[in-house]
Design a protein around this ligand. Sequence first.
Ligand SMILES: [Zn+2]
Length: 193
Amino acid sequence: MEAEEVIDNKLYTIAEIKKFTEEYIQNKVRFQVNVKKVEEKNNWYDNFCTTCGDEVNIVAERYKCETCKRNIPYPDIRFRLAVVCKDVTGVIAMVFDEEIYRLTGKDVFDIENDDNQVGDGINFPPMLKSFENRDYIVTLLIEEKNTKKSCSVYTVYALDEPVEMLGNHTPGDTVDITSNADSVTMGIDLLSK
Ligand SMILES: [Zn+2]
């Protein structure tokens, strides 16, 4: 990620992001969230055409690209983890994609072939479920569809652990409430202007 592409270092709130209008299209914005829920009912990855990049579906037991009108024997498989995140101002639906690889070092193929993640008696990969209740600094690239009512699901451009938590890898450690409260207060101040 190139730093100059981010419009500013302000941490926005979920309420502010949901109010963005067209002037924010193609802008990158950052905000801090807590992952409230990983949606287990959704597929956590999808298959994409190696030629055009469109999503492919299984037709007659083969992957077929409807755009290219041909079968794709080995489609690209990419994460598409549906999550609901929250801050004190509200909740937001997002999709975590290839940032999962950057954070975990695992790709879809690794997880699919790990007996501890996918197999008998496992409803959902525990590694992906473990995103729940964690805090992240999310960078979004605002898309046109997000500024209209047509799509309230945001695709994550970058996912980072809050600076306060770096160097502290104790599982279940508490969030730095002081810094969290500061950023939230800042957001609310700006909202009220
Ligand atoms: Zn295609």
